[in-house]
Design a protein around this ligand. Structure first.
Ligand SMILES: [Zn+2]
Length: 138
């Protein structure tokens, strides 16, 4: 397979790729920021920011102190954290005790989307939404 493009054409293609990568990074950064703000509102008990369970990736096994699975919206990007899914879904009863957020950077938590989870999930049985795909929303 020989590429017949000239050196200048190849340089232009690389430059286009760099521009595209930058735009993608900006878009996913903006989405992560919006998602983070939404989570902050939920942590302040503003239920109007609630996520649908189909927007969340749940932990395979790890649960919050309240019993709900830990979860995160994939749109949070690479620097997010696991939170109580009852809080993220706007369904946490008032006054409950919840585990603190678990940052991706510090906790290895197996997600339901990992093949090694073998189908295990803490997703509520009555709310089997579509599994967000890797990179979904980015
Ligand atoms: Zn909880």
């Amino acid at each position: 397979m020989s590429d017949t493009r000239t050196d200048d054409e190849l340089r232009a293609a690389i430059s286009d790729g760099d521009r595209a990568r930058r735009v993608l990074a900006e878009r996913s950064g903006a989405l992560a920021k919006t998602t983070k703000a939404r989570i902050e509102r939920l942590l302040q008990a503003d239920r109007t920011a609630a996520f649908e369970s189909g927007e969340l990736r749940f932990a395979a096994f790890t649960r919050c102190e309240c019993g709900a699975g830990m979860a995160y919206p994939p749109s949070i990007g690479a620097h997010g954290e696991w939170n109580c899914s009852a809080i993220l879904r706007g369904k946490a009863p008032k006054g409950g005790t919840h585990s603190p957020p678990l940052a991706f950077a510090f906790y290895e938590i197996k997600s339901e989307a990992q093949p090694s989870a073998g189908g295990a999930t803490t997703r509520p049985a009555d709310e089997h939404g579509p599994l967000p795909m890797d990179g979904g929303g980015l």
